[in-house]
Design a binder for this molecule. Structure first.
Ligand code: HEC
Ligand code: HEC
Length: 291
C-alpha cells in the first residue's frame, strides 16, 4: 500500500475502509438493539396451534464476536499498514522484514562464510560438514541435470565425478564452467561428409583401438575433425571438444549414437550460475567436484 501512486487513492481507500467499518458497526447495533425487535413480539400471527411467525434475535454472543473483530481491526489498522499509504505505528513492512532477515543472516553466518572464503580447497575438502553442505547445494542446483550423485544422466548431462573433463578439471576450469556456463558447439557434418559419414563414424568408434591407419574414414576425420578433436582423438578442453579415443562418452559411443552426433551435431549448454550462487557456494561446489 505504501507505494500507491497518488494521495487521492490512498485517501479513497482510507475513506472506504472506515465507512465500511462504521457501516458494519451500525448494522449490527441496529439489529441487536432496535426497539422494533421487542415490540414486534406482541403482534406475531399464529397460524396453526403452534406454528407462528417468529423473529428470534440472533444469539448475543454473535454480537460480541462481531464487536471484538471490529475492535481488532481498528487496533490492527492503527499499528500495521492497511489504511491507504499510512504505514502504521509500528512502521512494519514486508521489505523491512526481508532486510531484517538479511541482516540476521549476515550476523549469524558472516564468520563461517569468512572462514570458507579464506580456506584452501584442501581444507574444505577435508571438512566433512562443509562437504555435506556442498552436496546439499549440488542436490538443489545441479542434480536436476547432472543426476542425484553427479554421475550424469540421459546421455546428455556429463558425469562430473570421472577424470574425463570436457572443459577441464582444474579448480579454475571447473569454477569457470559453473560461473560462466559452457556452450558446446559441434555443427552437423551430414552435408560436409556426405557419403563418407558412415566411414568416419566407424573410424571414430575405432579410435580407442589405434592401429586403424588404413581405415576408409581416416581421410574424412583428418580433414574435418582434427582441428577440435585432435589427430588421435584426444579432444581439446579449450573448445569443450571431448576425447573420442576412450570409453567415456557424453552422448554414447555405440555406432548409432556417434552417427547421431555427426548427423545432427551436438549443442550442449551448461547454464551460468554466477548470478544465482554466491562466491562461497561456488567455492564449496568447486571443492566438491575437484576432489
Ligand atoms: C569446431 C570444433 C569441432 C569440430 C571441427 C568437430 N567437433 Fe565433434 N565435438 C565438438 C564439441 C564442442 C563437442 C561436444 C558437444 C557437446 O558437448 O554438446 C563434440 C562432440 C562430438 C562427439 C560426441 C562425443 C561424446 O562424448 O558423445 C562426437 C562423436 C564427435 N564430436 C565427433 C566429431 C567428428 C567425427 C568430427 C569431424 C567430422 C567432429 N566431431 C568435428 C567440437 C567439434
Ligand atoms: C540445465 C541443466 C544443467 C544444470 C542445472 C547444471 N548443469 Fe552443468 N552442465 C550441463 C550440460 C548440458 C553440460 C555439458 C555442456 C557441454 O555439452 O559441453 C554441463 C557441464 C558442466 C561442467 C563441465 C564438465 C566437464 O566435463 O568439463 C561442470 C563442471 C558442471 N556442468 C557443473 C555444474 C554444477 C556445479 C551445477 C550446479 C551448480 C550444474 N552444472 C548445473 C547442464 C547443466
Amino acid at each position: 500500500m505504501a507505494d500507491l501512486p497518488s494521495g487521492f487513492w490512498s485517501g479513497w481507500i482510507i475513506v472506504l475502509t472506515l465507512v465500511s467499518l462504521a457501516g458494519v458497526a451500525w448494522l449490527s447495533i441496529s439489529i441487536y438493539f432496535s426497539k422494533d425487535a421487542e415490540t414486534q413480539a406482541d403482534h406475531e400471527p399464529v397460524w396453526d396451534t403452534d406454528l407462528k411467525e417468529g423473529n428470534n434475535a440472533p444469539p448475543m454472543w454473535w454480537f460480541w464476536m462481531l464487536f471484538a473483530a471490529m475492535i481488532f481491526s481498528l487496533i490492527y489498522l492503527m499499528f500495521f499498514p492497511g489504511l491507504g499509504s499510512y504505514s502504521g505505528l509500528l512502521n512494519w513492512s514486508q521489505g523491512s522484514r526481508v532486510a531484517d532477515s538479511y541482516a540476521n543472516y549476515e550476523a549469524t553466518f558472516a564468520d563461517s562464510r569468512q572462514v570458507i572464503s579464506d580456506a584452501s580447497l584442501e581444507e574444505l575438502q577435508n571438512d566433512l560438514d562443509l562437504m555435506a553442505t556442498a552436496e546439499r547445494i549440488f542436490t538443489r542446483e545441479c542434480s536436476p541435470c547432472h543426476g542425484p550423485d553427479g554421475r550424469g544422466q540421459a546421455a546428455m548431462f556429463p558425469n562430473l565425478h570421472d577424470i574425463d573433463w570436457q572443459w577441464g578439471g582444474t579448480p579454475e576450469q571447473i569454477e569457470q564452467s559453473i560461473r560462466q556456463g559452457r556452450n558446446a558447439i559441434m555443427i552437423s557434418w551430414q552435408q560436409m561428409l556426405g557419403n563418407d559419414l558412415d566411414a568416419v563414424t566407424e573410424y571414430v568408434s575405432l579410435l580407442s583401438e589405434g592401429n586403424n591407419q588404413s581405415h576408409a574414414g581416416k581421410a574424412g576425420y583428418d580433414q574435418n575433425c582434427v582441428v577440435c578433436h585432435g589427430p588421435t582423438g584426444d579432444g581439446n578442453q579449450l573448445l569443450g571438444a571431448p576425447r573420442l579415443n576412450d570409453d567415456t562418452w557424453l552422448y554414447g559411443g555405440d555406432i548409432d549414437s556417434i552417427r547421431m552426433s555427426l548427423t545432427n551435431g551436438r549443442f550442449g549448454v551448461m547454464p551460468a550460475f554466477d548470478q544465482r550462487l554466491d562466491d562461497v557456494q561456488i567455492k564449496l561446489l568447486v571443492a566438491l567436484l575437484a576432489r
